[in-house]
Design a binder for this molecule. Structure first.
Ligand code: FEO
Length: 162
């Protein structure tokens, strides 16, 4: 069993993961409009991953005999000034998600809800990777600067994401 407070917090995080998926789908659509297929592919993969994160929360809430509540997903931004601006937004967004997961960990600890604490460990690790990969792309784009060749090389590389 989970407390009502924990159930609300887990449902809120499920919604936040759905929003992440929606945000990355919007970024994929932006890249498609710019004919940057590699970046679009990377964002589609990211959107799928985020949906899978949401489903982990969905399953966990049910496994703990809680009630999943599906709510509206906030509309994400649809336009960016540059590829760099998109990935700067990814980095800022992932830092926010890390903070949200941190708050959940603190709540689980305060409630002595060990099962939720263990469940959240996976997300703590995942956020390390998420922040590192966003930072890597931001740093690479800053190094590329105005080089169109460099941008297309990175587009090609990100298009190979499994
Ligand atoms: Fe599910 Fe990118 O955090």
């Amino acid at each position: 069993m989970i407390t009502d407070k924990m159930q609300a917090a887990l449902n809120a995080q499920m919604n936040a993961e759905m929003y992440s998926s929606y945000l990355y789908l919007s970024m994929a659509a932006y890249f498609e409009s710019k004919n940057l297929q590699g970046f679009a592919h990377w964002m589609h993969q990211q959107a799928r991953e985020e949906w899978a994160h949401a489903m982990k929360f969905y399953k966990f809430i049910n496994d703990r005999m809680g009630r999943v509540i599906v709510r509206e997903i906030e509309a994400p931004k649809t336009e960016w000034a540059s590829v760099l601006e998109v990935f700067e937004d990814v980095a800022v967004h992932e830092a926010k998600v890390t903070a949200l997961i941190g708050k959940l960990v603190e709540q689980a600890s305060a409630e002595k809800d060990h099962a939720t604490g263990v469940f959240l460990n996976w997300f703590v690790q995942e956020q390390v990777e998420e922040e590192a990969s966003a930072d890597y792309i931001v740093q690479t784009l800053r190094a590329i600067g105005d080089s169109v060749g460099g941008l297309y090389q990175l587009d090609h590389r990100l298009g190979k994401r499994e």
